[in-house]
Write a protein of this length. Structure first.
Length: 96
């Protein structure tokens, strides 16, 4: 049985790390343009649960996934291997 490394992107949504090409901040002009292009092409996946979008995850299949977690938080999860999602963290991040 093979195991896959996954990234919890918030609210129990996960992405296979092998499929992630890059993670961008959502508030850039390029990020806004990418979001609109993905929406028009049907490649936009929203994992924010209605919260503010803080990062954009681009996959190798050209899908764009919206996350309410900051890029720094996602990087820390990748770097440390800690993919637990305490409810308190997500609530606190939403207040910023």
């Amino acid at each position: 049985m093979s195991s896959y490394r996954v990234l919890n992107i918030g609210f129990s949504n996960i992405v296979l790390l092998a499929k992630v090409v890059c993670i961008l901040q959502a508030d850039s002009a390029a990020g806004k343009r990418l979001r609109q292009e993905a929406k028009n092409s049907g490649h936009l996946l929203d994992a924010t649960q209605g919260r503010k979008t803080r990062s954009l995850i681009i996959t190798d299949s050209n899908h764009l996934i919206l996350s309410s977690l900051r890029t720094e938080s996602l990087y820390k999860r990748i770097d440390t291997g800690d993919n637990q999602t305490p409810v308190e963290e997500e609530v606190l991040e939403d207040r910023d």
